[in-house]
Every structure is written in structure tokens, then in C-alpha cells.
Design a protein around this ligand. Structure first.
Ligand SMILES: [Fe+2]
Ligand SMILES: [Fe+2]
Length: 303
């Protein structure tokens, strides 16, 4: 096997919940990255979705997968699903029906961690969907490297939160959740530029704004493991936003468009409602998402 880059090796091997990697089911992957991403997207079994994502990343980074299968073999059953496979629970409800609880009770913390786990599960499927849906775009290999790494790290984030929920006597699926993230995926399915603007650069970037205070709060309340997991997620999410910002700028440059202006135009068209301050300007700017992109999209500035 070819030696793996240190960042990839860390994502593949470090920080996963104890014993999880050894307990995942054995998976035989097809020979193409796109088919692997479709298989993981379609899987309704959480451990299987994680195992396929992990195996796909291992094989891709050791150059054992082609990007797509030969077009003649691209059969209908390999088409990208409209919705990802999911277990029966959690029940999906309207966002207004997802109860908000105070963090100072154990139940409140469990509810918060459950909603974060749901976001991370969506994030796995969203990264897989970028790979599967846009595999035939004329993009460099390093674009797919970035999204395989994102899918792999989202799988780790979800697994960490799910196991922490179990340690706290709960499980993923115990509370209803909403489908807002997947609705954003469906709204942006027709264009990679639109997808990058709305999903990672709006929704994922929002995570950078709220994560530091949430981490601090869990730490103050004595949930040190929860705080530690949120720190891992925050570190990785900065990489994810940076990957998206880099490729958004690449696509704009290729089409001769100005990135900040194009971003605002796409967000006004495809994202309902204004962006909510306060923004974590420092972390956002370090990812290449400067205030010039988003400042004018708040309630007071949005026209
Ligand atoms: Fe994540
Ligand atoms: Fe992410």
C-alpha cells in the first residue's frame, strides 16, 4: 500500500471512539470512488454507512479507486439517490417541532448532542453527495481528495457524538430531528457552484460561529468529553470551510466571475432568510471566507 499523507492518516486512525474501527462490518467496494459514495449514501445502516465511507477513503487515498466507473457500466442502479438512506429513527419533523432545552440539565445536553449528531450525519451524506453527483465535472483530482477527507471526518464526528450519547445513556434516534440540511442539498443539486455557496459556505460556516461558545458552555457544565469532541469538530470544520472556499473561488475564476459578488447573488436566490450575526470573522477569514462575502447578507443589510 502507498504511504498515506499525515492528515489523511490522522483522519483515518486517530480520535475515533475506542473499539469502533475494529467493530465495523467488512465491506467490499466497487472499483470507483463514485460507486463507493453512492453505496454509502444509499446505506440505511449507520455502521455500514461509516464502514463504506472509511473503506472508500482508504482505497482512494492509496490510489486503488478510479474516480468513475467506465460510462458503459454506469447502470441505473448506480444513479445518485434523491435522498440518503437513513435508519427509521429519528423521526423527521418540522423545525418548529424540534424542542430546545436548557443546557444545564443532563437531558438538555443530550438533546444538544443529539441535534449535533444529526447535523454530522447529514454532513456525511452531503459530502458523499458532492462526490457522487459531481464526479463527472471537469475538476482536478485534488477536489475529490478534499471531499473524501470531508466525508471521512464527518463520519468520525458523527461516531464520536453517537458514542458520547451512548455513554450518557441515550442514543442517536431518540429525539425527532428536522430535514433542513437535506432540503438545502435538494435545492442546490443542479450546480456545484450553487452547492458550495449554500451548503458549506453558509450552513457549515455557521458552525464556526457557534462552536466556541458551545464548547465553553459544556466545559463549564462539567461535560469535558462533550467539550473535547466539539473542539475536534471545530478544528476539522475550519478545514472543510477552507476546502469549500478554495473550490468556490476556483469555479468563479474559471468562469471569469467575481467570487464575493457571485456568492451574494447565489445566496439571495437559494437561501431563505438573512444570515445571523455574530460571525466568527477571524475563523471565517482564515478559511478564505472574508466579511466581504457575507456581511451584506444580514437582516439589516439584505435588500
Ligand atoms: Fe462535522
Ligand atoms: Fe464539515
Amino acid at each position: 500500500m502507498i504511504a498515506l499523507d499525515n492528515t489523511v492518516r490522522r483522519a483515518l486512525e486517530d480520535e475515533w471512539p475506542d473499539g469502533l474501527l475494529e467493530s465495523l462490518p467488512q465491506i467490499n467496494l466497487p472499483s470507483a470512488l463514485q460507486s463507493g459514495a453512492i453505496a454509502a449514501l444509499k446505506s440505511k445502516v449507520l455502521d455500514e454507512k461509516i464502514a463504506i465511507t472509511l473503506q472508500m477513503a482508504k482505497l482512494w487515498f492509496s490510489h486503488q479507486l478510479s474516480l468513475t466507473a467506465p460510462s458503459g457500466k454506469f447502470a441505473l442502479e448506480n444513479s445518485v439517490p434523491e435522498r440518503p438512506g437513513r435508519p427509521d429513527k429519528p423521526e423527521l419533523v418540522h423545525p418548529m417541532k424540534v424542542k430546545k432545552r436548557k443546557l444545564n440539565s443532563k437531558q438538555g445536553q443530550i438533546a444538544l448532542l443529539h441535534s449535533l449528531a444529526h447535523i454530522e450525519l447529514n454532513a456525511i451524506d452531503l459530502a458523499l453527495d458532492v462526490i457522487a453527483r459531481f464526479a463527472r465535472e471537469p475538476m482536478p483530482r485534488s477536489f475529490y481528495d478534499g471531499w473524501v477527507q470531508v466525508a471521512l471526518e464527518e463520519a468520525k464526528h458523527f461516531s464520536l457524538l453517537r458514542h458520547h450519547l451512548q455513554d450518557m445513556g441515550a442514543n442517536y434516534g431518540d429525539f425527532p430531528a428536522h430535514d433542513g440540511l437535506w432540503e438545502a442539498a435538494q435545492e442546490t443539486h443542479y450546480s456545484l457552484t450553487v452547492r458550495l455557496a449554500v451548503v458549506p459556505l453558509i450552513l457549515e460556516a455557521r458552525g464556526l460561529d457557534v462552536a466556541p461558545s458551545m464548547t465553553l458552555k459544556l466545559q463549564e457544565l462539567g461535560n469535558h468529553r462533550g467539550a473535547e469532541i466539539l473542539s475536534i469538530i471545530y478544528r476539522d470544520e475550519q478545514k472543510h470551510v477552507a476546502i469549500a472556499a478554495k473550490w468556490f473561488r476556483f469555479l468563479c475564476a474559471r468562469e471569469g466571475k467575481q467570487p464575493a459578488h457571485t456568492f451574494q447573488k447565489l445566496v439571495r436566490k437559494h437561501f431563505r432568510g438573512p444570515l445571523k450575526p455574530p460571525f466568527n470573522d477571524t475563523a471565517r477569514a482564515a478559511c478564505g471566507l472574508t466579511p466581504l462575502f457575507y456581511r451584506c447578507l444580514t437582516a439589516t443589510n439584505r435588500s
